[in-house]
Design a protein around this ligand. Structure first.
Ligand code: FE
Ligand code: FE
Ligand code: ZN
Length: 285
């Protein structure tokens, strides 16, 4: 039999009924898993709303003179599975609350999308009474989503759950305060060494690739040229010598750079010494 827009409407009503039933079953556990009292209350309030939404859908089926069949919503199952993963993976904390809000908002958006569509279908098919029932639910879902955003982001005078889940960096510094930290001059010396090393490595890599490309050209020439076996062997022996020679040049350059970076430090010290001696001189004078 040919399918009509009414079939889509009825199908989607069944889907959203299954979604609501699954959500009603999942919400008590999600509320229990929340640590923020406000979030817990929001989930509990939405459980009551969800029960009312199920009643509205049952009324819609009555108005359509249909007995709802069992049609499982796989999308909602996936979203609820993700909620349960959060509960499993995160200990009870503001961080878990933030993750639960993230997952719960995906569910709300799924519902907002579904109710928006069935509402439009109901209007298109001339079921104004059903459309207004579905629109009531759409508003509830929308408000539930906004409430979750407010809890996550905080309001004018309250800080949000996301902020609580993200303690200031100072606290983390205080935690590691006992550990030895390198001084800024040591940092400078280390970064100088690192720079020299990376420059040396880059230079070596460049030399290697240059030598390899030369070798490749030589190899191609060897293949095409009609040469004796003796000449080929001697060419092979020469190539590695070149590599070693170039590497040595690079290394000596690098070691010069190290010497230069080391030489910089005593120079600063001597300036400092000059300053103190000048002060001492003034004192004496
Ligand atoms: Fe709902
Ligand atoms: Fe679905
Ligand atoms: Zn909802």
């Amino acid at each position: 039999m040919e399918k009509t827009i009414k079939d889509v409407f009825i199908d989607e009503l069944h889907d959203i009924l299954s979604a609501e039933q699954q959500i009603a079953k999942a919400l008590p556990k999600v509320a229990e898993a929340s640590s923020s009292p406000e979030l817990k209350a929001a989930f509990k309030a939405h459980l009551q709303e969800t029960k009312g939404q199920i009643r509205r859908l049952e009324k819609a089926f009555r108005l359509l003179k249909l007995k709802p069949r069992v049609q499982f919503c796989k999308g909602t199952k996936g979203l609820i599975d993700e909620c349960n993963e959060v509960i499993k993976d995160y200990p009870k904390s503001a961080v878990r609350d933030a993750a639960l809000i993230s997952k719960a908002q995906r569910i709300e958006h799924y519902e907002i999308s579904a109710y928006g569509t069935v509402c439009t279908f109901a209007n298109e098919l001339g079921h104004k009474d059903i459309a207004s029932l579905l629109h009531e639910t759409l508003n509830e879902e929308s408000n539930a989503d906004k409430k979750l955003t407010k809890l996550a982001e905080g309001g004018f005078l309250t800080s949000g759950i996301n902020h609580k889940a993200n303690p200031p960096a100072k606290t983390l510094k205080e935690k590691t305060a006992g550990k030895k930290k390198p001084s800024s001059s040591e940092d400078k010396a280390n970064s100088d060494k690192k720079n020299v090393t990376s420059l040396t490595n880059k230079a070596i890599a460049a030399t290697k690739s240059a030598v390899t490309s030369k070798k490749k050209t030589a190899a191609t020439k060897k293949k095409t040229a009609v040469a004796s076996n003796k000449k080929t062997t001697s060419a092979k022996k020469v190539a590695p010598k070149k590599t070693i020679a170039k590497k040595t040049v690079v290394k000596s350059k690098a070691s010069k750079a190290v010497v230069r970076s080391k030489a910089r430090k005593p120079a600063k010290k001597s300036v400092a010494k000059r300053k103190t001696s000048a002060l001492g001189h003034r004192k004496r004078a």
